[in-house]
Write a protein that binds this ligand. Structure first.
Ligand SMILES: [Zn+2]
Length: 224
């Protein structure tokens, strides 16, 4: 399935893990698990034996995205026939997977892929509609975290679209988005309007929404 990175030492033992929703059995090097998610044993269950194989209850395609990232350091998210919005929703749902909270580098890699897709619709398809993504973003990026502010920056800098037949977007936002994020959005919009500020924060600081800053680790771009 996943090809191996040239730069990693693949000696050592292998664990076998499957997901509840399919029979595919993944053989994963323990060195990789320990590097990318030292608490991986917390989100798998044993199936009668303490030596495995293990079982994860997360959706299989989400689990596979994680395995491919561990081995190849790329986010594999495109399904045949999926629309750009469907792919972005898949990324948001993976980002919000509770088990991946223990894998900040993987979440940071997903965040980079999200930003790439949301800021370059010319390459990845038309800009999504606000109402298609907003609810999934609010789940993926928890309130009272710096990451929730990404919702405001997305609205201000990525030009998401509003459907003609939809009601007031302002009302939709004020009813669904928390005060802190709305205040931040107001400030960003004022800066854009009166100071001509058109540069999103990730242009100056690519790590601005990365979790490794919270947990004190290295950026995923530096890990091999
Ligand atoms: Zn970073």
């Amino acid at each position: 399935m996943a090809s191996k990175s040239q730069d990693f030492d693949y000696t050592g033992s292998v664990e076998q893990i499957r997901c509840l929703d399919n029979d595919k059995l993944y053989s994963i090097h323990v060195r990789l698990l320990d590097r990318d998610c030292p608490v991986w044993e917390d989100f798998v269950m044993t199936c009668g034996s303490s030596t495995g194989p293990w079982t994860s209850d997360m959706p299989g395609e989400r689990f596979e995205m994680w395995v491919i990232w561990m081995y190849e350091r790329r986010i594999s998210c495109e399904d045949v026939g999926a629309s750009p919005t469907e792919t972005i929703i898949k990324l948001l749902d993976a980002y919000g997977e509770p088990d991946f909270h223990a894998c900040p580098n993987f979440q940071d890699a997903i965040m980079d892929e999200l930003i790439r897709r949301l800021t370059d619709p010319g390459r990845v398809g038309d800009a999504p509609f606000v109402k298609d993504l907003l609810p999934r973003m609010l789940i993926a990026f928890p309130e009272n975290t710096n990451r929730r502010l990404f919702v405001a920056d997305w609205l201000a800098y990525c030009n998401p679209r509003k459907r003609e037949d939809e009601g007031s977007l302002a009302e939709c936002l004020t009813s669904q988005v928390d005060e802190v994020t709305l205040q931040y959005l107001g400030t960003v919009l004022l800066r854009q309007r009166y100071d001509g500020d058109s540069s999103p924060p990730w242009k100056n600081d690519p790590c601005c929404y990365h979790r490794h800053k919270e947990v004190g680790g290295e950026c995923h771009r530096r890990t091999t």
